[in-house]
Design a protein. Structure first.
Length: 322
């Protein structure tokens, strides 16, 4: 059982280690936190925290550093104490969407970079799962004589730009007619086919190509993942353990992190530390939350940093995002 004073010392060790990046001793705790007990008492409490595996001794210093279990104890207390109130919520992603002309890709890329800048950590923003949403409209635009751009607008506001090469040339009127036909087919049947009343056999190959392209795009891009501030994680890891960089980057750039995000519980904010994420990932922590585009569409935010990250600040930031 941890006492109030021991918990205060654990908090101080965590916060000082995050700030200073070096082992923390009893003298430092007294000077920085004004703990009104003798150095011997603090050393005894630190020894007890070490016995509980909440802090640990390094080989190069007489001070102590938080263990991953200590970070977990510290984070759980923050989550228990944090109140996710509705006041001062940040919800300007709608404004971003307007400013980016309803291009969801540009909006979420900007959003990822903004959260990274505010948190000072690498950030992943995961877009809504488009396989669960509907296509609103399809527009075909002639780029060159034999090159079309298909603009696919989802009901979430997400916009995809797909490219087609065609052996035939199509007029603007042809493309308007085909755009209306394809939009109607997708909205009513969720795929593009050749109806008996559609007298346009010359368009058959193009329509088949479009149908395949749309299905492939939705399947391959069920999630759009946008990364902001990648270099911040590299810089942080360079300071502690260069050898850990490659497996961590491979993890966050793979589908594994998507599986982790998908299997989060229903808590407002989830925090995973070290091996809680995956074996061999002792060096990082991930703080995950949701964001909303509107009342129906939501995605995920994952802030990634070293285990010695400013948990309180990031949790407070994500708690304000609706």
């Amino acid at each position: 059982m941890i006492t109030k004073r021991q918990f205060r010392i654990l908090n101080a060790v965590v916060e000082d280690y995050v700030d200073l990046g070096q082992p923390i001793g009893s003298k430092s705790l007294i000077e920085r936190h004004g703990v009104n007990v003798s150095p011997a008492t603090i050393r005894n409490d630190m020894k007890r925290l070490e016995e509980m595996s909440l802090i640990e001794k390094t080989h190069t210093s007489s001070g102590r550093v938080p263990s991953n279990l200590g970070f977990r104890f510290y984070v759980n207390h923050i989550l228990d104490q944090h109140s996710f109130q509705n006041n001062e919520r940040l919800n300007h992603i709608s404004d971003m969407l307007v400013n980016n002309h309803y291009d969801m890709t540009s909006t979420l890329n900007e959003f990822a970079n903004e959260i990274s800048s505010m948190s000072e950590y690498t950030t992943l923003v995961v877009g809504p799962n488009h396989s669960e949403h509907q296509i609103n409209t399809v527009h075909l635009i002639k780029a060159t004589e034999h090159h079309l751009v298909m603009v696919v607008v989802f009901n979430t506001g997400h916009v995809d730009h797909l490219h087609l090469s065609t052996p035939d040339s199509y007029s603007t009127d042809d493309l308007i007619m085909l755009s209306n036909y394809i939009t109607n087919e997708i909205q009513t049947r969720n795929e593009v086919g050749m109806r008996d009343d559609f007298d346009a056999t010359s368009y058959q190959k193009l329509i088949q190509q479009i149908n395949t392209l749309i299905k492939t795009e939705i399947s391959n891009n069920a999630y759009g993942v946008f990364m902001g501030g990648k270099v911040k994680l590299i810089d942080a890891l360079n300071e502690s353990n260069v050898s850990s960089i490659q497996p961590i980057l491979q993890y966050i750039e793979s589908n594994q992190i998507m599986s982790l995000i998908d299997h989060m519980n229903d808590a407002r904010i989830n925090v995973k530390i070290g091996k809680e994420i995956d074996e061999g990932l002792d060096e990082i922590s991930i703080i995950i939350s949701d964001y909303h585009i509107d009342d129906e569409s939501e995605g995920h935010i994952a802030v990634i940093g070293p285990t010695a990250m400013r948990y309180h600040d990031v949790i407070q930031l994500l708690g304000r995002i609706w």
